[in-house]
Ligand binder design. Sequence first.
Ligand code: CAA
Length: 296
Amino acid sequence: MKKITVIGAGTMGNGIAHVFATNGFDVMLFDINQEALNNSIINIEKNIKRQVSKEILTAEIGQSSLERIKLISNLEQAVKSADVVIEAATEDETLKLQIFSSLSALVTEKTILATNTSSISIGKIAAVTKYPENVIGMHFMNPVPVMKLVEIISGYKTSHETTTTITELSKELGKTPVACNDYPGFVANRILMPMINEAIETLQNGVAGVSEIDSIMKLGMGHPMGPLQLADFIGLDVCLSILNVMHQGYGKPKYSPNPILINLVTSGDLGVKSGKGFYDYSNGIKNASVAYNINK
Ligand code: CAA
């Protein structure tokens, strides 16, 4: 297992390509969007330099890691000799099903097809492929170079061999793989997203402002980021998609996304990546967004 293809050059795709390359794997990073590819290598280089300056990596390993990442926009070329393909496209079920259906027609019966989905059914994704036994969830956390967890999700048809291979592969990256079964949101987001949603409702009820809610959870619970800042960091559109998948999957009101989240996403305020969410990130300064600040 030395040749890895990553589908999608967004934040998660960049991070996944980064950790594979710095651990000695050859990586093809695929995206249909050339601009996304160009930006991805700039970000990976910046993050590798950060690790070199902190002496987590040597300058030589940093440089050779960058050289091991090939950017590519032709899907057939990208996957033809891959041992493992990891899909990290937008959290959209229709898109993921299209991608896996295309991948299935291009790979061999030995290629493992992993998805970094945050919530979507592995079984549903596997069902559009020729070899569902080779399909598995390999869920990394953001920022991928820093976070230790890989949530490993086996679908009903995922083979024991595929699960073992992906578990071992995660360990080779210095990560800690943790197994779970295929239910909407798996474990990480089933617990995280209701907390974020509850923080938004707490804000909506006027119990406290953005900074106050985050400070209480940071200082009181020892979380590195408060839930509203974390939602901005993950992407409000991603949080909304995950809540929708869980709401549809379990049918329980507790997963129903708060209207403030829906309004922000509808208005294009997606968090850090768009420059504004619960906080305003203009000019590199983080301020609680005035519209939702209790002290306005
Ligand atoms: N690449 C490489 N290194 C990075 C990095 C990146 N992209 N981002 C941060 N780092 C490193 C920094 O260099 C720093 O290293 P040292 O400890 O050696 O100094 C370390 O991480 C901490 O970074 P900072 O000092 O810049 O900032 P911080 O202390 O505020 O930490 C953080 C930043 C690691 C992101 C921290 O705030 C944190 O852990 N936040 C919570 C992250 C989290 O919960 N992630 C999961 C989100 S859910 C998800 O991803 C799944 C999903 O399906 C939605």
